[in-house]
Design a protein. Structure first.
Length: 381
């Protein structure tokens, strides 16, 4: 077999001139085998695949081999070697398969050729080395919302109807500017009624004084006091029938222009007004990161509406308020803006980033993965 594998061609004994160059010229080992076994004809078919696996098949018989038989056996041998090698690989233990695969990768990496593979390995090693030895500033990014520092609620002063509305959400208003006029027709009638009643009671009181009927006069005085109180209540409502802005600001909620003539109840919210130019920032920090946030830390804000500028802020308070979003739990962190901009509007959203100090790059990149693995380990074990 070695004789055929070394020459990489079929070897036959005895040879014949009809075979030509299709068979090997050297066949001394086959002649010796024929003498030992007392078999007159010997044929060995070699075969090898792309991976270098070699095999050979030796056939002995009394009748001579023809060139057609040699070519057919060579084709069958080529197909059989591949199937047998595949079966041998599949029958190996899993651990052995892993070791062979690793050895193959190292052979490709350290041996000749495979330039692209070597360049990829060098690049990966460089990235890992950089991530392990290089340091950078870790940041905590959180969704941020710009809110007014405070809001003032304008509510209905009494039960009545909307007569006229002068403003709606988004309008800028000045201190003392009229926003809503309540319908005062019923109040005016009640005012006239109480005034007439007072005049009547006063006339009756003068008659009782002239008669000297002090008991009836005392009853009349009580009625006069009650009517006077009712009149003052009506006049108070008339004074509050015009709702005015308490300060310069922007209406952030409320639109009564489509509700003229509708009834309102005492205390019902009509408008919300926020002072212009005074804002605070709310950050929604993931619960796994909130322990890294402290009062006094500074960060930068990038608003979706103002992506060409960054604004500085300072953490003011880490609250216990939580919110749920997309299956995650977030704590609300309040911050004060250190920069001002006339383009600010209540309700603007963006991303706030707070620096957490210098750390290795690999620690920054793999933090979420490490935390997830620790939680998984704790859950399983």
């Amino acid at each position: 077999m070695d004789e055929a594998l070394d020459q990489q061609r079929p070897v036959v004994w005895p040879s014949s001139s009809e075979f030509g160059s299709d068979v090997a010229a050297v066949n001394r080992a086959h002649f010796s085998l024929s003498q030992l076994t007392d078999i007159s004809h010997v044929l060995t078919i070699p075969s090898a695949d792309q991976t270098g696996v070699k095999a050979a098949l030796t056939i002995e018989r009394e009748s001579p081999f023809t060139l057609t038989e040699i070519e057919a056996l060579s084709s069958v041998m080529a197909l059989s070697v591949r199937a047998l090698e595949e079966k041998r690989r599949n029958d190996r233990p899993l651990l052995l398969k892993m070791l062979v695969a690793i050895r193959g990768q190292f052979a490709a990496l350290l041996g000749a050729g495979h330039l692209g593979y070597k360049l990829a390995a060098i690049s990966v090693a460089g990235v890992v080395g950089y991530a392990y030895f290089a340091t950078g500033t870790a940041h905590e990014a959180a969704n941020a919302t710009l809110l007014s520092e405070s809001q003032h609620v304008i509510s209905a002063p009494f039960q009545g109807y909307i007569d006229t509305a002068q403003a709606r959400a988004g309008d800028r208003v000045s201190a003392g500017e009229a926003l809503v006029f309540m319908d005062t027709r019923d109040l005016r009638l009640q005012q006239l009624q109480h005034q007439s009643r007072l005049a009547q009671l006063e006339s009756e009181a003068q008659s009782l004084r002239a008669q000297g009927d002090r008991a009836s006069l005392n009853i009349l005085d009580a009625q006069r006091a009650q009517t006077q109180a009712d009149l003052e209540l009506v006049e108070s409502r008339l004074q509050r029938s015009t709702l005015e802005a308490p300060f310069d600001g922007v209406i952030v909620e409320g639109d009564l222009t489509q509700q003229l003539g509708s009834a309102v109840s005492p205390g019902e919210e009509l408008f919300r007004i926020a002072p212009e130019g005074r804002y605070r920032l709310e950050l929604a920090v993931n619960e796994s990161r909130v322990v890294d946030i402290e009062e006094g830390q500074r960060g930068q804000l990038l608003l979706a509406a103002l992506t060409d500028r960054k604004f500085e802020f300072e953490i003011q308070r880490v609250t216990h308020e939580t919110r749920q979003r997309e299956g995650n739990n977030y704590f609300i962190v309040e911050a004060v803006l250190l920069d001002d901009d006339p383009s600010f509007r209540s309700g603007m959203e963006g991303i706030g980033r707070v620096p957490l100090g210098e750390q290795r790059q690999i620690s920054i990149w793999t933090r979420e993965l490490r935390e997830w693995l620790l939680m998984l380990k704790w859950r399983i074990w």
